[in-house]
Design a protein around this ligand. Structure first.
Ligand SMILES: NC(=O)C1=CN([C@@H]2O[C@H](COP(=O)(O)OP(=O)(O)OC[C@H]3O[C@@H](n4cnc5c(N)ncnc54)[C@H](OP(=O)(O)O)[C@@H]3O)[C@@H](O)[C@H]2O)C=CC1
Ligand SMILES: CC(C)(CO)C(=O)C(=O)O
Length: 297
């Protein structure tokens, strides 16, 4: 049984806690609110599965630091909290970031031993309610890879892949996770701001030719900026359409943020594209428009 500390006890942290419990492990939520830690300890994790059935799962929870006997840390905070959360991560155990956005890996690699760092991207969808409930809304895929490519025996990504697979959660491994991060960012740039601005579920975007036109132009502009950074992506907009179909019932993480009155991750998506555009001397009118429109919500 592994003791996995989950820093970021929101929708995705709770979803993967459920995965770990089903494999016989005991996740420990590292909360920043005492009230939430107490609620997990008293009530457990209320996990609503894809069929809509709620199960109460036993979990541990603490506030403050990652417990010193944790075997590994799963980081599931929003990208704008990565820098703060990184300060409390132990440097000498495997850390997996399961986050959207550009720049999380770079921030974490500055604070941690990069050979312990793996990045993951997921299109599984979840929403959280209150302090302890999670609703698994849509099945997707999870891909993992090492920040520094390492031989299998030393690879944190292989370690995490074995752990999740043993819990019945299929993952794939990538030898180029940095490119996967860009690929996922293209998907999020093509979906998240549009769902947030128009209050639509992912699949509903497909019904509007006007939205699809602007989504395509925004993603193609971001793809060109990625090329300027040496990341050669093709067919990003086709992937956007695929993810809209596969996760049609999802409320995107950005729409969830807007509905809950929380800050969004637009800075680590369109904001980063605009900044790279400045550096490259290229204007990014579509990404800049999305950035400002979402900032203004
Ligand atoms: N939800 C989804 O369907 C999907 C989400 N993602 C990505 O996964 C990542 C997590 O998203 P999601 O779970 O939806 O986000 P949530 O906002 O639901 O959860 C983030 C959690 O992080 C906590 N947190 C922030 N800073 C700290 C800190 N320093 N220490 C401990 N906890 C902290 C917050 O606590 P508090 O409640 O106290 O603010 C909150 O519980 C994002 O990058 C998102 O884009 C990817 C695919 C799908
Ligand atoms: C893939 C997608 C769009 C799934 O909803 C996601 O990553 C998100 O909601 O942030």
């Amino acid at each position: 049984m592994k003791k996995i500390a989950i820093v970021g006890p929101g929708a995705i942290g709770r979803l993967f806690a459920g995965v770990l419990v089903s494999g016989g492990h005991r996740p420990v939520f590292v909360c920043r609110r005492e009230e939430q830690a107490q609620a997990f300890l008293q009530d457990g994790l209320a996990f609503v599965n894809l069929a809509g059935e709620e199960h109460r799962l036993d979990v541990s929870a603490v506030t403050g630091d990652v417990p010193s006997d944790a075997d590994a840390v799963l980081l599931t905070v929003k990208s704008y909290d990565t820098h703060t959360a990184a300060q409390k991560l132990p440097a000498n155990i495997p850390v997996l970031s399961l986050q959207n956005g550009l720049g999380n890996g770079e921030t974490l690699a500055r604070h941690l031993d990069p050979t312990q760092l793996a990045l993951g991207l997921t299109t599984h969808g979840a929403t959280s309610d209150g302090n302890t409930q999670v609703h698994y809304k849509g099945a997707g895929q999870t891909v993992l890879g090492d920040w520094d490519l390492l031989p299998e025996k030393n690879s944190p990504a292989h370690w995490w892949a074995e752990l999740f697979t043993s819990c019945g959660h299929a993952v794939t491994l990538s030898e180029d996770i940095r490119t996967e991060v860009w690929k996922k960012a293209m998907v999020n740039i093509g979906i998240n701001p549009f769902t947030a601005l128009h209050r639509k579920k992912n699949g509903e975007l497909l019904d509007s030719p006007s939205l699809l036109r602007i989504m395509r132009l925004t993603v193609e502009e971001a793809e060109a900026i990625a090329r300027g950074e040496g990341v050669h992506l093709t067919n990003s907009f086709d992937r956007v359409l695929d993810v809209c179909r596969q996760t049609s019932a999802n409320t995107s993480s950005m729409l969830q943020d807007v509905l809950a009155g929380r800050r969004t991750e637009i800075e680590s998506l369109c904001g980063v594209i605009e900044s790279f555009g400045h550096k490259q001397g290229v204007k990014t009118p579509y990404n800049t428009a999305m950035l400002e429109l979402v900032r203004a919500l």
